[in-house]
Design a protein around this ligand. Structure first.
Ligand SMILES: Nc1nc2c([nH]c(=O)n2[C@H]2C[C@H](O)[C@@H](COP(=O)(O)OP(=O)(O)OP(=O)(O)O)O2)c(=O)[nH]1
Length: 304
């Protein structure tokens, strides 16, 4: 369960259950003949006394505990009725995923917490179209309005100009705690102490292991690429093109139905890319996305 302020509900497993004392996301086992969503609704009613009103499929994760293998289906519950209570004697706590003050968390949940630290909206720079002055004005406005992740992608710039531009984006973003990822260039990202790198699908398919110490997101367009990103345990992927864009109006697009088919049982957070506008976020969630990534639409101001 996630509140609008970003906090998520955790529960401490009560005495008498395996892993008693460990913290988890409320939920429980799927019963015979039940869908994962129906099980979630039943468990949250039984354990917390709430009625789920909006739950979106999010991540699926397999994990080997010493005693058994579990297949965990995580949903993002964004609306409910009633105030959650520990109906089975469990202690509850609302927590910001990036600063938990309860522990220990169930061992399978570490990547889930990392995924929860990624924001809903991922903006890709568009200085080439806007010009530098307007772009930095819009970036400042967007940061003030809670933009928290940015990809620097300005292929037209020389190496030196890109370095200067990226440094400026990082400096502006830092006070807000917004993450900055550089497109493709691992060395420059390290040199500028960026938060991470957005690798293209070619780099993805060449990669043998995920480098340590930075966020790695990959741009994917098909099943093979998604599978490789999963195998590497990357932090997230972009899946595109979902809808037609102004720059590629005639390109073959996935559409929402096929987008969501790709995400069935997928463990990494996925941003929908291609033709996205802010108002697509809900549709993206409904189709299993973690969020949306936008280039042009991320920087639109009231005067456009
Ligand atoms: N609910 C929940 N279970 C998790 C999480 N992470 C994780 O590894 N698990 C594992 C622990 C358990 O092996 C399994 C959930 O089973 P459970 O024992 O809680 O199921 P239940 O509530 O139906 O309990 P019971 O009726 O069998 O006593 O999934 C999590 O965040 N939430």
């Amino acid at each position: 369960m996630r509140r609008a302020d970003g906090q998520v509900l955790l529960a401490q497993r009560p005495e008498g259950k395996p892993w008693a004392g460990w913290w988890e996301f409320p939920g429980g086992k799927i019963e015979q003949g039940e869908s994962a969503l129906a099980a979630l609704k039943r468990e949250l009613q039984e354990e917390l006394g709430i009625e789920v009103l909006a739950a979106y499929p999010w991540l699926t994760r397999s994990f080997d505990y010493p005693e058994r293998q579990v297949n965990l289906h995580f949903f993002m519950v964004r609306d409910w009725s009633g105030e959650p209570q520990g109906c089975e004697g469990q202690i509850l706590s609302w927590q910001y995923p990036y600063g938990l003050n309860v522990s220990p968390m169930l061992p399978a949940n570490a990547p889930i917490l990392s995924a929860l630290c990624l924001p809903d909206v991922y903006a890709i720079t568009n200085m080439q179209e806007l010009g530098e002055a307007v772009f930095f004005e819009r970036l400042q406005t967007a940061l003030d309005k809670e933009l928290r992740m940015i990809q620097v992608r300005e292929k037209q710039l020389s190496e030196a100009a890109l370095r200067t531009f990226a440094s400026k984006v990082i400096a502006l973003a830092k006070p807000y705690g917004a993450k900055v990822l550089l497109n493709s260039d691992v060395e420059l990202a390290q040199a500028l102490e960026a938060d991470g790198v957005q690798i293209n699908s070619h780099q993805l398919m060449q990669m043998q292991t995920k480098p340590e110490g930075m966020i790695f997101g990959a741009s994917c367009h098909n099943e093979l690429e998604l599978a490789h990103a999963k195998q590497l345990g990357l932090d997230f992927v972009l899946l595109s093109p979902v809808l037609a864009t102004q720059s590629h109006p005639d390109a073959d697009t996935l559409g929402w139905a096929s987008f969501s088919n790709y995400l069935v049982d997928y463990p990494l957070p996925v941003y929908a890319l291609g033709g996205m506008q802010q108002e697509h976020l809900l549709t993206a969630w409904q189709h299993g996305a973690h969020g949306i990534a936008m280039q042009r639409a991320a920087w639109i101001s009231g005067n456009d």
